[in-house]
Write a protein that binds this ligand. Structure first.
Ligand code: NAP
Length: 301
């Protein structure tokens, strides 16, 4: 379905914080965009700009050369790809299916096998960079799957991301994303501790962040989420409940590999505490509530 000017029919399923922004870049580049999302209203803006709505994932697949998904949890991915009206059952041979959700490596491998059995391509290609990176088209994209399939999709990854890597066979993209989340887990605790300490010492935490944000302690999280912690702005760019999901998958995989990751265990415990206190829909910087509002000793392992 490639047109004479090189434009293709592209599907996008999952139009939440990330997906709507990522799909927008594909539409802006002039491709035909076919959409489905659990809540239809989230497609309204893209439909108003020329995209086409379909009533289930299978209907999207029937119209497309490549279908991207950006869903919430592994069971959502399983339903959309492997369900009776799903992508694998309904796509035409030769179609490429690309899951950009943070999901499990094992599920990515199962999808790749099911896709290959129907002569479809499949990639797992989770992302890092948050809503800021998604809006700017500057995500880091970590792909797993066949090299030839990756090359077919690369021009579309370039619309959404800046750093694009093919890391190995099916599941490799998810493993790389989990390595990313493991680094984030301990960093979120470190940034919270640093700001709590600066405040307790009577310093201006904004001034401290401005200084240490240019030194050896600097990081994307310190620079971007540190000021939100100081302002007690816990609005979501990346939901706490999704981060807990990522840590659970990473801990399962680490256990399978015989790895002990104490920082990740502690972060999961603190984020679960946040969820139990009713803050699952906070952004991940909401971990600072445990340091800012309730004292310090309860956070120990
Ligand atoms: P989100 O806002 O919750 O978006 C998920 C979207 O998927 C929602 O619109 C949801 O529908 C839709 N969906 C879920 N199950 C579906 C199904 N069975 N059929 C159709 N649509 C379905 O979450 P997000 O922040 O965009 O994150 C999406 C994924 O990317 C998550 O796995 C997250 O961990 C990961 N991620 C997020 C960030 C970030 O900074 N936000 C960064 C990197 C990776 P509804 O509209 O009905 O809820």
């Amino acid at each position: 379905m490639t047109t004479s000017d090189g434009k293709q029919a592209i599907g996008f399923i999952g139009l939440g914080i990330m997906g709507a922004l990522m799909a927008g870049h594909i539409l802006e580049a002039g491709h035909q965009l076919h959409l489905y999302n659990r809540t239809r209203a989230k497609a309204d803006d893209l439909v108003a700009h020329g995209a086409t709505w379909h009533d289930n994932p299978g209907r999207v697949a029937e119209h497309c050369d490549i279908v991207f998904t950006m869903l919430g949890y592994p069971p959502d991915v399983e339903a959309v790809f492997l369900g009776p009206d799903g992508l694998v059952a309904r796509a035409r041979p030769g179609t490429v299916l690309v899951d950009m959700t943070t999901s499990s490596p094992d599920l990515a491998r199962r999808i790749a096998e099911a896709a290959a059995a129907r002569d479809l391509g499949a990639l797992d290609a989770p992302v890092s960079g948050g809503d800021v990176g998604a809006r700017a088209g500057r995500l880091a994209i970590m792909a797993g799957g066949e090299q030839t399939t990756f090359e077919k999709v690369r021009p579309f990854f370039e619309l959404m991301g800046e750093t694009i890597a093919h890391l190995g066979p099916a599941g490799a993209g998810q493993h790389a994303k989990l390595a990313n989340q493991i680094a984030i887990a301990s960093t979120m605790m470190a940034v919270s501790e640093s700001i709590a300490y600066a405040e307790a010492a009577g310093l201006d935490p904004r001034q401290v962040l401005d200084v240490i944000g240019t030194g050896a302690a600097s990081s994307f999280l310190l620079v971007n989420l540190g000021p939100k912690m100081v302002a007690r702005d816990y609005s979501a760019g990346f939901f706490v409940h999704h981060f807990v999901k990522d840590m659970e998958i990473a801990l399962d995989e680490a256990a399978r590999m015989g790895l002990d990751l104490p920082g990740l265990h502690l972060a999961r415990k603190l984020y679960r505490r946040l969820t139990e206190a009713g803050h699952a829909e906070d952004g991940t910087q909401g971990i600072f509530r445990l340091f800012a509002e309730t004292g310090h000793t309860q956070n120990r392992a």
